[in-house]
Design a binder for this molecule. Sequence first.
Ligand SMILES: [Zn+2]
Ligand SMILES: [Zn+2]
Length: 295
Amino acid sequence: METYKDLFLNSFTDYGNYLWQEITQPAWDNYFYWLVGLSLLVFALEIWLPWRKDQKLLRKDFWLDLFYLFFNFFLFSLVGYNAISNIGVRIFTDGLNSIGIDNIIALEVQTLPVWSQLLIMFVIADFIQWNIHRLLHRVPWLWEFHKVHHSVKEMGFAAQFRFHFMETIVYKTLQYAPLAMIGFGIQQFFIVHMIGVFIGHLNHANLNWDYGPFKYILNNPKMHLWHHARELPKGYKYGMNYGLSLSIWDYLFGTAHVPYHDANLELGFPGDEDFPEDLGKQMLAPFKPTKKWDA
Ligand SMILES: [Zn+2]
Ligand SMILES: [Zn+2]
């Protein structure tokens, strides 16, 4: 049996090999090319049908966000998250085994048709994420990390991936146990994950879309722009429109707010003029919340 140290070290080489294979061997179940393809598709839509017609194609922080896109989707996993999460999963299952539990599956979904397994996983994962996102806004130290995402001043598809790597840790940790209890395997994760990436790209895109009557179910560019509003409307102390892929949770729990549509709504958060503009300082900012940064 591998020790924790072996597991940690092997995680780096395994993930390095995996990433290299992804890039060198295009295939239908390949994360790298789906990410590139979906990004190009949504970017093409922004070019073709821009909502803010005067926004530059290479908007403010375009390259920074593009770097975040690959950093948060891949590189961060490569340099550590994969190793840490493998160990987290092992400690979790070892801990359960030590108290005599070797199966935590509480709900058996394997017997259902694949499409309904995917749908259940998508809806449950999204509801968990909606709750985590609310926490990111309500808990002061978590908000310091989430500010990185809200520091976007001009919106475009890649802004979806501007977030502090701590968010990956928070989301994945809090999501892991409940999804494992439902008995979802990693193979289901690919499709659900890529659908989430596509909807998330669209939510941040420069598009005048809300999908008509489907806006009550699906999060959309017009709704998510309000999530990024610099000034919060009265009665919304922490924020609104917390949905990631689905908007239905906000409508069900009274946190939906789209008072009117304004393509040029001011984005950010109060005090964002002091927020650092480069990736390195943005990564350090939450650890020094009281320090004033020279932008
Ligand atoms: Zn947020
Ligand atoms: Zn956002």
